[in-house]
Write a protein that binds this ligand. Sequence first.
Ligand code: ARG
Length: 243
Amino acid sequence: AGSGGEASGDAAAADLDLITDGTLTVCSDVPYPPFEDFDDSSDSGFTGFDVDIVSAVADGLGLELEIKDSSFETLQSGLALNSGDCDLAASAMTITEDRQKSLAFSDGYYDSKQSLLVPAGSDITGIGDLAGRTVGVQQGTTGESYTEENAPEATITAFPSNAEMFQAIQAGQVDALLQDLPVNVDNSTKGDFEVVEEYDTDETYGLAMQQDNTALVDAVNEQLTALRDSGEYDELYDTYFTT
Ligand code: ARG
């Protein structure tokens, strides 16, 4: 072994039980900007906060990175990871007790909230106005369960992806969208929409892995700590979440 971080990264990577030796195979539900999006101009074909985080993690471990676009439902249910589709899911996924029954999570890497998006000028100014109205959510998400619990009189339509939710609100098929704040904020910049309410749900995103792959979980956590210590985490954060 040589000296320096790269050699220790390679040594660590050698012990990892990966689908493809030398490659970190990552599943993500794309697009979900600013966390994951397509980008022809980047080497991987993808961009976003999650994408940059996992690419730094892969670098630190001396691994290549492969990203696979997947449906969020297969990620959050554990199916994609437990059937061996990918080593890790990076998909703005909230760490929940329910998901922890079938998945292992890294340390948290982003604190999020829920939010309500409506067309500008809508008479809906908050979740209390949703009775008898239609609200779009993403299937299998914390936004879906938050809406079911807090807007029981709304007509809830669950879509497979944010892209389909956004099309539906643009087409006037739903009156509002309830989902993660940064993604609704991103949607609001792409049309005449506004975020009218935020909900402090105490959510933290984690990178999900197979429960029995503790070597990978430990290695990923080490890399996340290194990113925070080096200041790279803050730089990435500022790139995607300028206030
Ligand atoms: N944070 C929410 C959850 O975990 C929504 C995540 C959706 N992610 C995505 N890439 N579509 O349920």
